[in-house]
Design a protein around this ligand. Structure first.
Ligand SMILES: *Cc1c(COP(=O)(O)O)cnc(C)c1O
Length: 231
């Protein structure tokens, strides 16, 4: 995407109150810097082992969002700097984030990842599991994490009506949770949904954060298998 187009996209979103997360997974620091130069400051990565070296190498005013499944044993590597963890999908993980944030004297913003896709493979909390966390007194005791809303990943399908239905599910879940648990908490306000192919629809359905990779950076190409051996 050309610099002017990107600036126009970001401005359009901002006018509608929607934040742009530039998803830079599998992109090089040079490619990220080019987007940074256009004024973009929020970037999303889905793997700790990529996020840490990119944080080290790139300007420190970048806000890094973790958007992929996060293993508890890797929280410690990103706790010192991550701006938001969008993918909290278990109470256990949240305990670990709270613990690691306390160690580095931080309060880490996070989103609950809610399972909206039909596919069994997708991570995320069922709404019932989310309510169990929110009802647990231990949740209220956590002083080093701050709940900022919900995130969802829709089914990968050409059928846009399925995707729209899933976005609606996430919006409804957000509304119920907001009303019952966070009505007086101004920080609980984000609905992270929408990617390159469906972000406009997501915004129609109430998204406040869109996670866009391909549209900004171009297609991602998987590295050849020999470079993936360490995974
Ligand atoms: C890769 C990814 C995106 C961006 O997808 P694009 O189709 O490239 O815009 C958004 N969210 C998550 C969780 C991702 O892993």
């Amino acid at each position: 995407m050309q610099r002017q187009e990107l600036i126009r996209l970001r401005t359009n979103l901002l006018e509608k109150g929607v934040k742009l997360i530039a998803v830079s997974k599998m992109k090089t620091p040079a490619e990220i810097l080019e987007v940074y130069e256009s004024g973009q400051r929020i970037f999303g990565e889905n793997k700790v082992q990529d996020l840490v070296p990119k944080y080290d190498f790139l300007p420190k005013d970048i806000e890094w969002h973790m958007i992929g499944h996060l293993q508890t044993n890797k929280v410690k590597y990103i706790a010192p700097f991550v701006a938001m963890i969008e993918s909290v999908d278990s109470f256990n993980l949240l305990h670990e984030i709270n613990k690691r944030a306390a160690k580095v004297n931080r309060v880490i913003d996070f989103l609950f990842q809610v399972r909206i896709a039909k596919e069994e493979t997708k991570f995320g909390l069922k709404e019932k599991e989310l309510l169990e966390i929110l009802d647990d007194p231990a949740f209220r005791q956590m002083k080093n994490v701050r709940a900022c809303g919900v995130m969802g990943i829709a089914t990968l399908t050409e059928d846009m009506e399925i995707v729209r239905d899933e976005f609606r599910l996430l919006k409804k879940a957000f509304d119920r949770v907001k009303k019952k648990y966070f009505s007086a908490d101004e920080h609980f306000r984000e609905i992270s949904m929408g990617m390159s192919g469906d972000y406009e629809m997501a915004m129609e359905e109430g998204s406040t954060m869109v996670r866009i990779g391909t549209l900004i950076f171009g297609e991602r190409f998987a590295p050849p298998p020999m470079l993936r051996a360490g995974e």
